[in-house]
Design a binder for this molecule. Structure first.
Ligand SMILES: Nc1ncnc2c1ncn2[C@@H]1O[C@H](COP(=O)(O)OP(=O)(O)OP(=O)(O)O)[C@@H](O)[C@H]1O
Ligand SMILES: [Mg+2]
Length: 579
């Protein structure tokens, strides 16, 4: 926990002077409060003794000064600490997101969107609490203790020592109790919140399936169960807060009572002027404002370090990857060469075994094979979403191992098998591939995938909103939009993973036509299980169970009469059966 705490602190070190200033002004606020209470109680006590007004002038000025300074300092302290807080939040969000990008999707595959959402919003807010709510209160407390010691010492060293013992005793004992009581609950709250978000995101995404299969009620019950646990934990946390608030009040009154016990005899003997009795008591009460913040600091400590641990888990995965010294090379030549590539996900079976092939610049290559053969896995490897275990890939003369993923993704664009569109307009979805493209250029690319007539029929044309994650488009339309997006990028190598699934024969023909008409310098990798117009490809690679079983042109493979021929025959047979 200490290690995590210091790691979080070091993240915000560039704002350390601002935080120090906020704490200092925080102390000046408490100090002004003490000054205000002490001078005003002096004023009231003195006035009650019918002291002439001219003798009260200094106290009146003191009340005015501290009254104003307290307000001004409070404002400045809030202003500075909020300012630092927002700057820290922005910094942490960018820090976390930057760490997340290189490991998506491979390393985060086991993390759900809900969990990631909690980490990137709530956990980050929690670690930010360390700065304002955990570090600053003890600092203010120590400064207040020194101030009060000095003030009480003016009257008597005994008062000062008694005060320090009771004051620090309260500031350690109550928070320690809070910490013992809240440590586990703090962690539990962080986890439950994450679980609840995970569950909510999952249920919302699959709401139609849940309703369809009649599972709505059981999911609702599960949701309520987690929510009840969270409310319960929050309730206990609030009880602890109330407990430490009451205990702080009790400690404050006890300190005042003890002080009065030893000060009253001094008044009787004349060692202390009776007026100061109220000044001392009220000053002590005001000083306890700085103790009240400390138990809360401990409450936040367990929550914030737990949140920090969850964030560092993700950030550290990225660090391991970062240790490889990647270059941003200027790549010349786009011949692609795979040598004995083998790859396994976290299972024992190889998803790819000993894959070797070459795709020269401008070649059109098809990769075919049954479902689960490893075709999409090959795309993940070629785009560096996953790292292969053995073998080498070269692009031009550069080895993939020394190229950064950004470098590779500038050269290779992909139409992924699983369509991913964003909530927004058609234009916004296209422009993520390339900035500053004119509308007419966008329409030209859209017509290549046969979407121009649809767009023209829409009232807002390119600016039509396609709903959450593109839900307002049909499966085929979404697919075609992602093809348009990849074409727009204009990269030297394009991979189409099942680009013609979900589309009718006419659109498939159009898409294949578009691919044929791509500039001769572009290399195309076309992954499909629909074996139509295969003669347009320079080479066909047939995958089965993660291995290349044969390769060649359509005519060559048919003549061989092996695996490929069987695939074609079974497709034709299915078509005959259907008709
Ligand atoms: N993230 C993953 N973690 C573990 N195993 C995976 C993962 N993704 C795919 N696999 C497994 O790897 C194998 C190859 O999957 P892949 O998606 O490459 O097949 P494919 O040839 O693209 O199939 P399809 O034609 O159905 O898209 C399958 O057995 C699959 O279950
Ligand atoms: Mg696939």
């Amino acid at each position: 926990m200490i290690k995590v705490f210091f790691r979080i602190v070091s993240l915000g070190k560039e704002y350390k002077y601002w935080m120090l200033l906020a704490a200092l002004i925080g102390f000046l606020t408490v100090g002004s409060g003490i000054g205000l209470m002490m001078t005003s109680s002096y004023l009231i006590a003195k006035a009650a003794l019918q002291t002439p007004i001219y003798q009260l002038q200094v106290a009146i000025v003191g009340v005015r000064f501290f009254g104003i300074s307290r307000g001004v300092f409070r404002y400045l302290e809030r202003y500075i600490s909020h300012n630092v807080t927002f700057k820290l939040l922005a910094k942490f969000r960018v820090w976390f997101f930057t760490a997340l990008v290189p490991i998506v999707p491979s390393k985060t595959i086991d993390l759900t969107s809900g969990d990631l959402l909690t980490r990137s919003i709530e956990d980050i807010e929690s670690i930010e609490h360390i700065f304002v709510r955990v570090i600053s209160p003890p600092f203010i407390f120590v400064a207040t203790a020194i101030l009060m010691f000095a003030l009480l010492n003016i009257f008597s060293i005994t008062y000062a020592i008694l005060f320090i013992i009771l004051f620090t005793g309260s500031a350690f004992a109550i928070p320690y109790l809070t910490f013992l009581l809240s440590n586990k609950i703090g962690k539990k709250i962080v986890l439950l919140k994450s679980q609840l978000k995970e569950f909510t995101v999952d249920s919302l995404q699959g709401i139609s399936e849940l309703i369809f299969y009649g599972q709505k009620d059981s999911w609702e019950n599960e949701f309520n169960k987690i929510q009840d646990q969270l409310i319960n934990a929050e309730y206990r946390m609030n009880n602890i807060k109330s407990l430490h608030e009451s205990l702080t009040g009790l400690a404050m009154n006890l300190t005042v009572a003890m002080m009065l016990l030893i000060a009253i005899p001094d008044v009787v003997t004349g060692a202390l002027n009776g007026v100061y009795l109220s000044v001392i008591s009220i000053g002590i009460m005001a000083a306890f404002e700085s103790v009240a913040q400390i138990p809360q600091a401990f409450q936040y400590l367990s929550k914030s370090t737990e949140a920090g641990k969850r964030l560092f888990d993700i950030v550290d995965t990225h660090k391991n990857e970062d240790e490889i010294n990647l270059t941003e090379s200027a790549i010349t030549g786009y011949n692609l060469r795979l040598e004995n590539i083998s790859f396994t996900y976290d299972t024992n079976n190889n998803a790819l075994s000993n894959i070797s092939f070459r795709i020269n610049e401008g070649e059109r290559v098809a990769i075919v094979g049954a479902s689960g053969a490893g075709k999409s896995t090959l795309v993940n490897i070629l785009t560096k979403l996953w790292d292969y275990n053995t073998g080498n890939i070269f692009i031009g003369n550069e080895n993939y191992k020394v190229l950064s993923s950004t470098n590779i993704r500038n050269i290779i664009s992909v139409v992924p098998q699983k369509v991913q569109l964003f909530t927004g307009t058609i234009k916004e979805n296209l422009l993520i591939a390339k900035d500053g493209v004119t509308d007419s250029e966008l329409m030209r690319v859209l017509s290549e995938v046969g979407l121009d007539s649809l767009i023209n029929s829409l009232p807002d044309k390119l600016n039509t909103n396609i709903g959450e994650l593109g839900q307002k488009l049909s499966g085929g339309e979404s697919k075609r939009l992602t093809i348009a997006r990849a074409l727009l990028r204009n990269s030297p190598i394009i991979i189409f993973d099942e680009a013609t699934s979900h589309v009718d024969n006419l659109t498939e023909k159009k898409i294949l036509e578009t691919i044929k008409e791509l500039p001769a310098t572009k290399s195309v990798i076309f992954i499909t299980h629909r074996l139509n117009q295969m003669d347009m490809f320079d080479n066909i690679i047939v995958l089965s169970n993660g291995r290349i079983v044969e390769s060649g042109t359509h005519t060559e493979l048919l003549a061989k009469g092996n695996f490929y021929k069987k695939l074609i025959d079974s497709q034709n047979q299915n078509i005959t059966l259907l008709s």
